[in-house]
Design a protein around this ligand. Structure first.
Ligand code: OSB
Ligand code: MG
Length: 373
């Protein structure tokens, strides 16, 4: 299975892609996507990684410019200590640098893709995925009007999406959920507050209990794990944590504290796909259902997420949507909906590769970082 390859270097490729429509959340409105792609060049194969840090530090403290600096000055140089390209060695080699999980995740992803392509192994198989296709959910931004929300959700349901997630904030919560229930009946529905509430909002949040939501995602601040445990005592709707779950250890602690009954797993947020699998394993051991989150990934991250979403503990549909949810033209062959499901890629590694001309057209910066060894 393993091919002993040496790492020659990492290319950082920054791209900017327009979104098909503005994506509004409680932390801001996004009209384009800045992604940082990593191309790992090894003696055996090339691999691709994607850093999910956004242009601005609004969802998380990491952001693209900081990720580039971190990778250039610390993380990529640390890979000189890697004797061979082996994904299991990446985390340990980077561990002495604190935080910067999205940057670490991107690097691990690129090296893993190279390793898997050299070995001819799909990422889904390496992860231990069991499903060959995963149900697709879609994350729906805050809109100017309820009519606009109904039209947007109606369009997604017509496309075949199996679960709707509404972004909420104070002033856009109960009415938004009610209009979707009134229009579309018992469609699988959940909400995501991205930390927009506090315990003082408990009466408002309790009103959501009337709508049979699958879950409410991250109602309060990232650090407020015990506050979520308190809130949970007042709600029937299960609380799901996203921002708070930064590692498998954090997941274990949150579960023990009673802060969540469901967990959103994002590889970037926890430092990589291997730690994401550990989060999955911890939750599964506690019978806590998990689902795969999204960060407006290009086809590269989208392919990896489809593989992650195929793990056996992924008991709820994820924010695993088609390329067309965000992009007119993805940098890889588009990932498409098939009867409300996303196929798990079957080719070696990620199973998808950037299309050179498309990548070229959206690239705003390239930089080669040789790895001395
Ligand atoms: O909180 O899940 C979130 C997008 C960017 C940052 C945070 C979040 C999101 C989403 C998922 O809601 C969007 C997607 O489908 O990729
Ligand atoms: Mg979220």
């Amino acid at each position: 299975m393993s091919v002993d390859a040496k790492l020659e270097g990492i290319e950082l490729i920054r791209v900017r892609m327009p979104l098909v429509s503005p994506f509004r959340t409680s932390f801001g409105t996004q009209t384009s996507k800045d992604a940082l792609l990593l191309r790992a060049v090894t003696s055996a194969a090339e691999g691709w990684g994607e850093c999910v840090a956004a242009q601005y530090p609004l969802y998380a403290s990491e952001y693209v410019d900081a990720a580039m600096t971190t990778l250039r000055d610390f993380l990529v140089p640390a890979l000189a200590d890697l004797a061979v390209v082996d994904v299991n060695l990446v985390g340990p080699v980077l561990e002495r640098y604190r935080g910067h999980r999205m940057s670490k995740a991107a690097l691990e992803m690129a090296l893993w893709d190279a390793e898997l392509r050299a070995a001819g192994t799909p990422m889904s198989r390496a992860l231990g995925a069991v499903a060959t296709a995963v149900p697709a959910g879609v994350s729906v931004g805050i809109m100017d009007t309820l009519d606009e929300l109904v039209a947007t959700v109606g369009g997604y349901l017509e496309e075949g999406y199996r679960r709707i997630k509404l972004k909420i904030e104070p002033g856009w919560d109960v009415a938004a959920v009610k209009v979707i229930r009134d229009e579309f009946g018992d469609v699988p529905l959940q909400v995501d507050a991205n930390t927009a509430y506090t315990l003082a909002d408990v009466d408002q949040l309790r009103k959501l209990d009337d709508f049979d939501l699958l879950l409410i995602e991250q109602p309060m601040a990232e650090e407020n794990v015990l506050g979520h445990a308190e809130l949970a005592r007042h709600l029937r709707t299960p609380i799901c944590l996203d921002e708070s779950i930064t590692s498998a250890r954090a997941a274990a602690d949150a579960i023990r504290a009673g802060a969540c009954r469901v967990v959103n797993i994002k590889a970037g947020r926890v430092g990589g796909y291997l730690e994401a699998r550990r989060v999955h394993d911890v939750c599964r051991a506690h019978d806590v259902p998990v689902w795969c989150g999204g960060m407006l990934e290009t086809g590269l991250g989208r392919a990896a997420n489809a593989a992650l979403a195929a793990l056996p503990g992924m008991l709820l549909p994820g924010d695993v949507s088609a390329s067309s949810r965000f992009y007119q033209r993805d940098i890889t062959e588009p990932l498409v909906l098939q009867d409300g499901f996303m196929a798990v890629p079957t080719g070696p590694g990620l199973g998808v590769t950037p299309i050179a001309e498309v990548l070229e057209a959206v690239t705003v910066h390239r930089e080669w970082l040789p790895v001395a060894s």
